[in-house]
Design a protein around this ligand. Structure first.
Ligand code: GTP
Ligand code: MG
Length: 200
């Protein structure tokens, strides 16, 4: 998997994203959480998705074709402080429309930085997903920034927060694109649950 990766296009609006007949996965999370980095890591390429030097760089839907059998969508991040309320609300709307209506969407991966405590903005996004009935898988990112001890502590904190709203809590993976960990589990999951599921 992830042998052939082709950039399809960037789309500033949900309504102009072409329809595809193959399953699609998307990556979403706070601006700067490591979406582009994890996409590059998954694809085993240096610059499939542009890694930001300044946060908030991806302000469009970026689509990639993986091996001709999977679409990967990089969504614009949320929570970037320099963006006006109006623009934030427009993007929230665009992404909600995408998540609700995208016919071939098989899985939303929500990225959460495990090197910092649970953030209110992530809780709010997860709450929205609950209300909209959109299931998601959590990808904890930047685990390399913690020692093993800190990582266990932080994971516990995040799980306690999740348990306040979810029973059972969403499935999760712990990753680091900097230290290159978590890829095999993620690829197995995509292979078993997305490509080999009854998608049609
Ligand atoms: P936007 O597109 O701006 O919303 O950001 P993004 O979510 O795509 O994040 P991006 O991949 O551009 O990474 C943001 C910053 O975090 C960059 O400086 C990365 O080098 C850094 N980063 C990403 N992943 C990791 C990781 O696993 N570990 C560490 N230590 N840093 C990371
Ligand atoms: Mg990005």
């Amino acid at each position: 998997m992830f042998e052939q990766v082709d950039f399809i296009g960037s789309y500033p609006k949900n309504s102009i994203i072409p329809e595809f007949e193959i399953p699609e996965i998307c990556f979403w999370g706070r601006s700067n959480v490591g979406k582009s980095s994890i996409i590059n890591y998954l694809c085993d390429r240096k610059e499939v998705a542009k890694v930001s030097t300044t946060p908030g760089k991806t302000v469009q839907f970026n689509a990639f074709n993986i091996d001709g059998s999977l679409i990967l969508m990089d969504l614009p991040g949320y929570g970037y402080a320099q963006v006006s309320k109006k623009v934030k609300s427009k993007w929230k709307d665009e992404i909600h429309k995408y998540l609700k209506n995208r016919k071939n969407l098989s899985c939303l991966f929500l990225l959460i930085d495990i090197s910092i405590p649970p953030q209110v903005i992530d809780q709010e996004v997860m709450k929205d997903m609950g209300i909209m009935n959109i299931p998601f898988i959590i990808l904890f990112t930047k685990s390399d920034k913690c020692t093993k001890n800190e990582l266990n502590k932080s994971l516990k904190q995040h799980i306690i927060k999740l348990e306040e709203n979810w029973d059972p809590i969403p499935s999760y993976f712990i990753t680091s694109s900097a230290k290159r960990t978590g890829r095999a589990d993620l690829i197995n999951f995509i292979h078993d649950h997305i490509l080999n599921s009854d998608f049609n």
